[in-house]
Design a protein around this ligand. Structure first.
Ligand SMILES: CSCCC(=O)C(=O)COP(=O)(O)O
Ligand SMILES: [Zn+2]
Length: 206
């Protein structure tokens, strides 16, 4: 994909997720795969609801910036980790919603979503009669170390690549989702966040 098109998609995604309240302050980061070796990713520290195409830059799959004067997202290596592992990933979204933050603090090593119609946003689930165990990983300011932990987790998951859910939660921090393209990534994030919000509300009813 051309950088201009990717940047326009990222700017629009920022507006959408800001309208939903999932990227408060300067939280969140987004990316789109450009080709086999490069991705377009948000510049660090910008408010994601007010992005312009100048707030999107190019890095390689090791997180090295094409233009060394620009500083990419502090979490760039998590985006790279997804594109490196999942060849079908074309867009990655990260947000900090209240639901993902609160539930990830309370959860164990995964958070199971079961019985929701919106489970169909995940691949290979044609019915609500299913469950997805969304991994919950520890937060860590050392992002390279966090990515090594994710790689170890994915390596150890039974069922191979197809069984790995296209998203995870970072405890007390936020969610990551990915999909083949930006519209699908937005749909997955909205679906995941809807189910997390439901789970949170169900807990408050108990
Ligand atoms: C104020 S949010 C703290 C950093 C973070 O978690 C985030 O998602 C945004 O960081 P970035 O460097 O991508 O702007
Ligand atoms: Zn974050």
């Amino acid at each position: 994909m051309r950088l201009e098109e990717a940047a326009a998609q990222i700017v629009a995604a920022g507006r959408r997720l800001d309208a939903l309240g999932w990227v408060p302050a300067t939280a969140g980061n987004f990316s789109v795969r450009l080709d086999a070796r490069r991705l377009a990713v948000t510049v660090s520290g910008r408010h994601k609801g007010f992005l312009t195409t100048d707030d999107v830059m190019v890095v390689d799959l090791d997180g090295v910036a094409e233009d060394s004067r620009q500083r990419s997202s502090a979490e760039t290596l998590l985006h790279c980790g997804i594109y490196r592992r999942f060849p079908e990933a074309g867009a990655v979204l990260h947000g900090h919603s209240i639901a993902n933050t609160v539930l990830s603090r309370a959860a164990g090593e995964s958070l199971t979503l079961a019985g929701y119609e919106l489970l169909k946003v995940f691949p290979g689930l044609p019915t609500h009669e299913a469950e997805v165990a969304v991994p919950v990983v520890p937060n860590d300011q050392d992002i390279a170390r966090m990515q090594r932990g994710l790689d170890a987790l994915w390596d150890g998951m039974p069922g191979g690549m197809a069984a790995i859910p296209p998203g995870y939660l970072i405890r007390g921090h936020g969610s990551y989702v990915w999909a083949p393209d930006m519209p699908s990534a937005l749909a997955r994030m909205e679906g995941l966040e809807f189910m997390l919000r439901c789970a949170l509300e169900e807990r408050s009813l108990r």
